[in-house]
Design a protein around this ligand. Sequence first.
Ligand code: SAM
Length: 370
Amino acid sequence: MIHPGLEWKSHAARLADDLIAAGKLTDPRLADAVRETPRHVFVPAYHRQTADGGWAEHRSTDDLAAVYANTALITALTPERAVLSSSTQPGLMTRMIESLQLADGMRVLEIGTGTGYNAALLTHLLGERNVFSIDIEPGLVELARTRIPGRPTLVTGDGAQGLPEHAPFDAIIATCAVPAIPWPWIDQVRPGGVILADLKPAPGAGSLVRLTRQGDGAEGRFDPTYAAFMDLRPAPGTAGFRVERGHAEYRTTDVDPNTPWTSLVTWFIASFDLGSEIAYGYTFPEGSAASSIATPDGSWAEITLAAENGRHAVAEGGPRRLWRLVEEAHRLWTDLGCPGWDRFGFTATPQAQTVSLDGGHSWRVTGGPE
Ligand SMILES: C[S@@+](CC[C@H](N)C(=O)[O-])C[C@H]1O[C@@H](n2cnc3c(N)ncnc32)[C@H](O)[C@@H]1O
């Protein structure tokens, strides 16, 4: 519901102006869409993490400036308080929509309806007949249906399957991260059409790729700027796994324990050896802060953040030495001259999905066809 009398339009106009000034919005028609789409209606409330690691709910109408800011907002949590959905940073959305190079009459499929805000921008641009959006959470799809002006096609289901009954599309835009490009997306985009998705072969390891359908496959490059979406889930309401620590071996390392967060390309390269399922975060073993990584085979590593003479203590256990794999990836990345995302390309054929680096290295993306 658009609250009568609420001064949201000046906030929406300022958001558009801010995105233009930041170089994240150039298309005047898309700028109009941002000005005329009431984000507070799509995000009536959102959750912010509190100092003690909990969540506090905020009502959007209490502080419109916060809702019409270029920030992502957490909009749905599971009963266990894991993040289920969010409204993406508007500037990332506009940058992604512009990179699709949409012309009048083009048909777009969005994976991850979420709040419906992005689908509303697309509907403003292309008209309701040309916009299709799918989310795995039935409750979110129902809410989005009541909020989007116009009637784009909104579907509850697993976006990894695309929407074969409405294909072909000129573009598919995914607002959740995928470990490999689902083959139905390549199948359902017309030749020359675009797939834009956050390709993360493992959690946190990867970024946006823009692919063009060519022949019986697709190829393209990574976007120079890092982006991170929540993972595509195989079923509603699921999130994460836990690994128990067992016997440990101890040594030291000079590789930064924060690497998964601060050296994202190293983490990406490491993920091809670590595997597609990694739990990682910070822990506090025996009172000192450490980063930790673990894989479902029971392998784990903890690296203390504090250093002595430039070296951090490493504890590792299970069948594989996970931090060793991160160290090797870090060495390779450094030897290659510390390449950024723009140096990476991606190719999908019916046989394999491959990430390649200018100058020769390539890695097979598992989770794609074997
Ligand atoms: C970052 S949010 C999307 C933001 C949304 N585009 C917006 O404008 O608010 C990611 C969404 O992906 C959805 N999602 C996760 N797994 C999915 C799947 N298998 N199929 C479709 N949607 C999925 C989540 O439920 C969540 O709503």
